[in-house]
Design a binder for this molecule. Structure first.
Ligand code: CTP
Length: 409
């Protein structure tokens, strides 16, 4: 894994609470800064009994926050401003008291208020007497925080300041910083790659007010695009009919018909490193789209449909360096159809799902998928959130990129 650059310019709030290990937070701050991060320290009142504000100010080059009501640093500090600008909040050491307060959502000082208000990931490095740490109350509180998505950096064992041996020591600053760095580097595993994702359904207009459409919500492809952007890729999302908003950190191109999707995809294809085609593409279009609203008559009505081009097939023909990932939404013979599509469309792998299964398919938040590869291997996954399946898909994509690199070297 690359090091150093992942943390450049990252805004990290370092919370320091009042334990004997607070002195180690000085080294944590120093290492974070050396790795390129912008460090903003918030000290609790108790922490100031162990280390001085001045030390952190010198180490970080930034004003230190020592309280909600105390003297305000030269820039206008507000807990909300800090909470909003943070890329990550790290509390080291985190006392049992802080952990307890966070677990019930208390916000009675600058640090707890900021953590409650932030949407950034929160990492806690607990450090305390080993009995306090193993106390069921503390363990329950940690479990609560973990369940909310906070990352708990496990304490080390060894000789504690209170004279006993046990679990509860703050891990070495170098290890704490390595964990933070790992987090930021993870986010960069697709940096330098351009990933083209399609999502949602395309429609076949009949007249100015009617169309033929499908049940796709766009959620699966959207989750893939979001995760690829989070991993640092340049993402272009070609989004068919979907209620989802434009992606914040990717280019979203909205289309309605299959031909519009085809044009957008072909335009972006040549310099893409991978295409993930989660869209449910309308295979047919109306032969003659009426310019005016068709009025009803007493007769039955039939509409002539003509075949649309298969976009993914076309990409499979054009494919050079691009990795192609397709989807197969089936209601029967899942593996057979998926394998056929994989071969016919010249894909690297295909994500097959039986849309009739509860927990799989179009509208929901979850999916049940099998990944089928060129060599015939199939990998079955249990029901999982679409965001989790997006991670599985992108992990495989990264695996293919890595394999190719290894072959070139
Ligand atoms: N696809 C496409 N262009 C089409 C139809 C499908 O690019 N005109 C892509 C989809 O985005 C998906 C894959 O091909 O990644 C398989 O789509 P699916 O609808 O499951 O299969 P079809 O090839 O349309 O076959 P069928 O409708 O007969 O199942």
């Amino acid at each position: 894994m690359s090091s150093g650059h992942c943390m450049t310019g990252k805004k990290i709030i370092l919370g320091v609470t009042g334990g004997i290990a607070a002195y180690k937070a000085v080294e944590v701050a120093s290492r974070l800064r050396k790795a390129g991060a912008e460090v903003h320290v918030i000290m609790t009142r108790a922490a100031q009994e162990f280390v001085t504000e001045l030390t952190f100010r010198e180490i970080t080059g930034n004003p230190v926050n020592t309280g909600m009501w105390g003297k305000v640093a030269h820039w206008n500090v507000e807990h909300i401003a800090l909470a909003q600008m943070a890329d990550l909040v790290l509390v080291a050491p985190a006392t049992a008291n802080l952990i307890a307060k966070l677990s019930i959502g208390m916000a009675d000082d600058m640090l707890t208020t900021t953590i409650l208000a932030t949407r950034a990931p929160v990492f806690l490095a607990p450090a305390m007497n080993s009995n306090m740490f193993s106390n069921p109350v503390t363990q329950k509180n940690l479990e609560t925080l973990r369940a909310q998505g906070m990352e708990i950096i496990p304490p080390a064992s060894g000789h504690l300041a209170c004279g006993v041996d046990g679990v509860g020591r703050l891990p070495e600053p170098v290890d704490i910083v390595a964990r933070v760095e790992e987090y930021f580097c993870q986010g960069q595993s697709l940096k330098g790659r351009k990933i083209l994702v399609t999502a949602g359904g395309t429609i076949a207009p009949i007249d100015p007010v009617r169309f033929i459409g499908n049940r796709s919500s766009g959620k699966m492809g959207y989750a893939v695009a979001e995760e690829a952007a989070r991993r640092g890729a340049e993402v272009v999302l070609v989004l068919g009919v979907s209620a989802l908003p434009d992606l914040g950190n990717a280019r979203t191109i909205r289309v309605e018909t299959t031909e519009e999707m085809r044009q957008a995809v072909l335009q972006e294809f040549s310099d893409s490193d991978a295409v993930i085609k989660a869209a449910a593409v309308a295979d047919y279009r109306v032969k003659q789209v009426a310019g005016q609203k068709i009025k009803k008559s007493d007769d039955d009505w039939s509409i002539d449909l003509v075949r649309n081009p298969d976009i993914l097939y076309e990409l499979g023909q054009k494919k050079e360096h691009q990795v192609l990932v397709g989807f197969a939404a089936e209601t029967q013979n899942l593996m057979e159809y998926a394998k056929k599509k994989l071969a016919k469309k010249n894909l690297d792998f295909i994500v097959a799902n039986d849309v009739t299964m509860p927990g799989a398919g179009f509208q929901g938040e979850t999916n049940i998928a099998r990944l089928v590869f060129r060599d015939g291997r199939a990998e079955e996954h249990p029901m999982m959130k679409k965001s989790e399946l997006a991670c599985v898909i992108l992990d495989h994509l990264e695996g293919i990129f890595r394999e190719r690199c290894a072959r070139v070297e």
